[in-house]
Design a binder for this molecule. Structure first.
Ligand code: CO
Length: 496
């Protein structure tokens, strides 16, 4: 066996442990009895430490070096490139520091939970400060060229820098703030999705139906309920989604399902022979998010979608017969100056991210202090979105991310939105998107995504991937164009 084959074999071996870990983590979030929490957390800790130790072992390092000399095909070269990159990055973080990170973030999550329940940031402040200091230490160990925050961004969106991000944000923010002002000046459509009571069982059936229509393979997946919807890949042919149901809010569950369905289609489209290897994942967090956002917003919040889907949703909820496809379409695209990121519409969503990016970047570079976060948060909310949270729970304490220590992650959500729009305009050159959707033919859309995005998995960096797809680097202009075209139509306002 040559070194490349040996390397692949080792990755596939360690992937079995990773699979076991993914399965018990999925169970942790879905079916596990409440009292099992502590012991399960210990088991997860043991297995993930084992996986991490192997991924940073000298044995694996040696195999990667040998394989590098033998790589001849593009695929092998990509395997070695990402193997080496991941290995070196992980090696730079001392195990002791990583253990401290796990311990302090575990504590931080419990404290954050309490602080959020009591809506009091001061309970969380000291622990968050500890987490920030550890994250700064990690960034220093990992290294960066210009800005310490770049080291963190690179974990989630390789190649992205603070400077590039600021270049994207500045015109986008200006556009979005004005767009929200203009859209807010017209009358808000009636929210059909919240107007009636929607039976839970019927919602479950509807979730399955929409996933099926999108092309999700139920022979290789399943849908369950969890507090926060997510998608996880246990192994090849086992890609699971979760969602949640609320009888008073059909929009939330329906679009959560479609969103996770978009992630799941990406995962189901990753070639079997790549699984377990460094190339067997999505290209980046943001590219992953582009797939979920594409289905959620660009497909399922379009007029052609509702022209097609209205007769289907009527089979589950007759009340939809009282409304036209246009009315449902408008209701699915209500724009609001809202407090909570996860419930934000696609026009205000990126503004929520920009606020978090500003604060994170300033924290990591020690330009602001943790204790000043609530005040700064509220100031930025006023400036960007035009509302001030009445309390910490609906403000600075709403997201768990900082307790997790995942600084640098938030921008992925925004970049995902931008990628999805850029991918959409590339797709328009190849197929009649509106017509396909209106007749309920999602095959060609999915095949296009399979070909251009899914099958390529992580065989190249995200910046390279988007250039191949669209002929250009990532740019905010496509998302701006998308919002302009869609919302001018929706609300008869001019968004120039
Ligand atoms: Co997502």
């Amino acid at each position: 066996m040559n070194a490349i084959e040996k390397l692949k074999k080792k990755y596939r071996w360690i992937y079995h442990f990773q699979s076991a870990l993914n399965l018990i983590e999925w169970d942790f979030e879905t079916h596990m009895p409440r009292k099992a929490f502590e012991k399960r957390a210990e088991a997860i800790g043991t297995i993930s430490t084992f996986v991490f130790q192997y991924l940073t072992s000298d044995e694996l390092g040696g195999l990667i070096n040998q394989a590098e000399k033998e790589a001849r095909t593009d695929e092998d070269r990509a395997i070695v490139y990402f193997a080496k990159k991941d290995y070196e990055k992980q090696k730079r973080i001392p195990p002791k520091l990583l253990r401290k990170f796990s311990e302090e973030t575990a504590k931080a999550q419990a404290i954050w939970q309490e602080a959020k329940e009591k809506s009091d940031f001061s309970i969380f402040s000291d622990q968050l400060e500890k987490v920030v200091e550890i994250v700064i230490e990690i960034a220093e160990k990992v290294g960066y060229e210009k800005n310490r925050y770049d080291a963190l961004l690179d974990f989630y969106e390789p190649g992205m820098t603070t400077e590039k991000l600021k270049g994207i944000i500045s015109p986008l923010r200006k556009f979005l703030v004005e767009a929200v002002d203009k859209i807010s000046s017209v009358e808000k459509p009636e929210d059909i999705f919240k107007k009636y009571k929607f039976d839970m069982q019927k919602q479950k059936e509807l979730s399955k139906k929409v996933l099926e229509i999108m092309g999700y393979d139920f022979g290789a997946g399943r849908v369950d309920v969890s507090a926060h919807p997510f998608t996880t890949t246990i192994s090849h042919n086992d890609v699971r989604v979760t969602t949640r149901y609320d009888v008073h809010d059909l929009k939330n569950s329906f679009y959560s399902t479609v969103h996770e369905g978009g992630h799941a289609l990406y995962e189901q489209g990753i070639p079997e022979e790549y699984r377990g290897l460094p190339i067997g994942d999505g290209a980046s967090m943001a590219i992953h998010e582009s797939q979920s956002r594409f289905w959620e917003n660009i497909v399922a919040r379009s007029l052609p979608f509702w022209k097609f889907f209205k007769s289907i949703i009527e089979e589950y909820f007759e009340v939809f017969k009282r409304h036209s496809a246009e009315e449902v379409w408008r209701a699915s695209n209500i724009v609001e100056r809202s407090l909570i990121r996860t419930e934000a519409d696609e026009v205000t969503y990126n503004l929520h991210i920009m606020l978090r990016f500003d604060l994170e970047e300033a924290l990591i570079n020690r330009k602001i202090k943790v204790k000043d976060l609530p005040g700064l948060w509220n100031e930025k909310m006023k400036e960007y979105i035009g509302v001030i949270p009445p309390n910490d729970r609906e403000g600075v304490l709403q997201d768990v991310h900082w307790a997790h220590g995942t600084f640098g992650y938030f921008p992925s959500y925004m970049l995902g939105n931008l990628y999805s729009a850029q991918i959409y305009y590339a797709m328009l050159k190849d197929l009649d998107f509106e017509k396909e959707i209106e007749i309920g033919n999602f095959d060609r859309i999915l095949s296009w995504l399979r070909e251009k995005v899914h099958k390529k998995a992580r065989t190249r960096e995200p910046d390279e991937l988007i250039k191949e797809i669209s002929g250009e680097e990532l740019s905010e202009k496509y998302f701006i164009r998308y919002v302009r075209e869609k919302y001018s139509d929706l609300f008869s306002v001019s968004l120039l």
